[in-house]
Design a protein around this ligand. Structure first.
Ligand code: GLU
Length: 531
């Protein structure tokens, strides 16, 4: 029992505060809700990533929902592309299509029957209305308005009385038209002159007056909800706590807030992420920019139905880890100087409060830098396995492991290790033009023949011994390293630059090294003679 001095009131107060705290902290449930209208742009992957990181950070749930209510924009293959790309990145949902979960289905077209009653409820409560105007009538209305000097005609709280809808027509007429099978949509009845406010986690308070908003269609004549209605109904019924999405959806947020209010539901928190900008900062990074400016804009390759190929990071040779690390930094920073983060580390460090408002400039050089860092920190034996997959020829893994060890500092991608370092396993079939032109002088053949005979005397052909013999050789000739080493390198590797020639020589082995030098002297001489 408490002794008499124990502050029992304080204990009770602490319990009360704790209970209130637990009741007020909603489970974090976030969703990435792409529309399968094409491949996922890297901006979309970043949205998915931030949702994922936020969920993990808060022990929450990350959900994927496919928003395919606009059947006119449906692109076959897009949904599989999206799921495959996220899978490659390691951005794995806890609930979603093909995964399941308590709140499914997770594809809106499979939820079709859910939405109509919600739209009907708003009509019954006079928060939405039925509108019969055909596409032609709307176009002619816009054209007339344009002629009268109003280029931005809207279907809104002022103009709706002049249109064909359940607010302007008698209820008998409305019923007659419905019975006659006239197509109609359901529109939001936007109230007049009302300020809509919400606090965006990234942008702060947003206030928009309803006079600037139109009466958006909520339910279409094809029996499908629009994005707006389906999105709100699903976010509510899937118990989404935070809506984290691209800035392009910010203009829709006031309507969404109004819809929550109309249904009498609590609004989730909103966070609208900054745009991804072109490298020069001039405008949004578009899908055409990538291949035009020489870098991919998509996570993985995408082939259009017309056979046009858009390149992807995966096929270019980027590691998913470096791609994800780079993406995390497009709009967020940890507030420290650390730049290399594993996905787990990102999960620990991520917070919406460190997401910037301003657009994030995409930097292709930095992207390559991340990839270089990841390549360098990957164990040689792991790189060797990837390299082995890339090669047509098969080489022993231990040999490839040393190739990776020698070359990885000079490579960005695994494939570069081979483009730059195939000479380690195969004889050169060309000789660097600049070195041949500038360094291969008249005395080069005899100099290299002398070096060959010195080399033949080395008993234990180790990098250390080769280096000692080479240094003794150049000083006996009274020559500098810069005049002799490039010739040696040219003959053995065909290159003008590369890793330590002594390590290369040890790896290649004495006999092969000597053969290459002999062969090289004749070949380079012949090239010179023909030049
Ligand atoms: N379906 C929308 C899109 O394609 C989702 C917007 C949202 O997250 O609310 O990006």
């Amino acid at each position: 029992m408490f002794n008499t001095y124990f502050p029992i009131n304080a204990i009770l107060a602490i319990f009360a505060v704790k209970i209130i705290f637990y009741m007020s902290t909603k489970a974090v449930r976030v969703r990435f809700a792409p529309s399968p209208t094409g491949p996922l742009h890297m901006g979309g992957v970043r949205t998915a990533l931030y949702n994922y990181l936020f969920a993990k950070k808060h022990n929450g749930t990350f959900i994927i929902r496919i928003e395919d209510t606009d059947q006119t924009r449906f692109v076959p293959g897009a949904q599989d592309y999206i799921m495959d790309a996220l899978n490659w990145c390691g951005i794995l949902p806890t609930e979603g299509p093909g995964i399941g979960g308590e709140f499914g289905p997770y594809i809106q077209s499979e939820r079709k029957a859910i939405y109509r009653p919600y739209a009907d409820r708003l009509v019954a409560e006079d928060k939405a209305y039925i509108a019969f105007d055909t596409a032609e009538e709307l176009t002619s209305m816009r054209d007339q308005a344009k002629k009268m000097g109003m280029p931005n005609w809207q279907y809104n709280s002022v103009t709706r009385v002049t249109m064909q809808n359940s607010l302007s027509l008698s209820s008998d007429e409305v019923q007659r038209r419905i019975d006659a099978g006239d197509p109609y949509v359901i529109r939001m009845k936007m109230p007049r002159n009302k300020d809509i406010r919400f606090e965006d986690e990234i942008r702060g308070w947003v206030v928009v007056n309803t006079n600037n908003l139109d009466d958006k269609v909520l339910f279409k004549s094809d029996g499908m909800p629009t994005y707006h209605l389906a999105n709100i109904v699903d976010d509510h019924t899937m118990e989404i706590s935070h809506v984290i999405r691209g800035e392009e959806w910010l203009p829709s947020a006031p309507l969404h807030v109004m819809l929550y209010e109309a249904f009498g539901w609590d609004c989730p928190s909103f966070a609208h992420l900054p745009l991804l900008l072109k490298p020069d900062g001039n405008g949004k990074l578009s899908k055409r920019d990538g291949d035009r400016l020489g870098f991919p804009v998509f996570p993985t390759n995408w082939m259009t139905s017309e056979g046009e190929l858009f390149s992807g990071y995966r096929e270019q040779g980027y590691f998913a880890s470096s791609f994800v690390n780079m993406l995390a930094f497009l709009g967020w920073n940890p507030g420290t100087t650390q730049e290399i983060f594993t996905l787990e580390e990102l999960c620990d460090s991520f917070s919406l409060s460190r997401v910037a408002k301003a657009g994030a400039k995409f930097d292709p050089d930095k992207t390559r830098w991340f990839q270089q860092q990841y390549l360098r920190s990957t164990p040689d034996s792991v790189l060797a396995k990837s390299l082995s997959h890339l090669l047509d020829a098969s080489y022993p893994l231990d040999r490839l492991t040393t190739v990776c060890k020698l070359m990885k500092e000079r490579a960005t991608f695994v494939k570069d290790i081979w483009t730059e370092g195939s000479f380690l396993l195969e004889r050169p079939n060309s000789y660097d033009e600049k070195t041949t032109r500038k360094k291969w002088k008249e005395k080069a053949p005899s100099l290299m023949t002398d070096w060959l005979s010195e080399m033949s005397k080395i008993k234990e052909f180790t990098a250390e011994n080769i280096e000692l013999t080479f240094k003794a050789f150049i000083s006996s000739k009274d020559m500098g390293i810069g005049a002799v080493l490039p010739l040696f390198r040219l003959l053995v590797t065909g290159k003008g630059m590369g890793p330590s020639m002594f390590e290369i020589s040890e790896f290649i082995g004495k006999d092969e090294c000597m053969d290459r030098i002999k062969l090289g002297i004749d070949t380079v001489e012949a090239i010179k003679a023909n030049a």
